[in-house]
Design a protein around this ligand. Structure first.
Ligand SMILES: [Zn+2]
Ligand SMILES: [Zn+2]
Length: 132
């Protein structure tokens, strides 16, 4: 799979299928996404290859959370979960330009669903915090 940020400065590849795909509704994901949260595919860090724009990557670690990596040129959120210092890292599906085979499997951190947010009746399991 190929991915990029909004300005195109950062280009990357994910060379293996995602091991999990899910929606996260936590307060951090809301802040960085501009919406109800993030939808990410978890991949082995080794399989995430930065093709272009590594120098544009910037990270922020919120109190009590893991590092979120974004493009410093356009602000697009790209990776989370402490990438690249973890074995498995969430890749934001909004950054993937290829077709993604996997479908989301769960809604996590639904304890943080906003008053203005309506969870879809999609039959997926919902977890107060993490799924696993
Ligand atoms: Zn960018
Ligand atoms: Zn989250």
């Amino acid at each position: 799979m190929e991915g990029s940020c909004l300005c195109g400065g950062v280009r990357f590849e994910v060379t293996e299928p995602f091991v999990y795909v899910g929606h996260c509704h936590c307060t951090f994901c809301k802040k960085i996404s501009g919406g109800v949260g993030t939808t990410s595919g978890r991949a082995r860090t080794e399989s995430i290859v930065i093709v272009e724009g590594a120098e544009l990557l910037s990270s922020f670690t919120p109190d009590g959370g893991s590092a979120k990596t974004f493009c410093s040129g356009c602000g697009s959120n790209l990776f989370g979960g402490g990438w690249p210092d973890v074995e498995l890292a969430p890749v934001r599906l909004t950054a993937i330009d290829s077709e993604v085979d996997a479908k989301p499997e769960a809604h996590t951190f639904v304890r943080s669903v906003a008053a203005w947010e309506i969870l879809p009746e999609d039959g997926l399991p919902r977890y107060e915090i993490r799924a696993t």
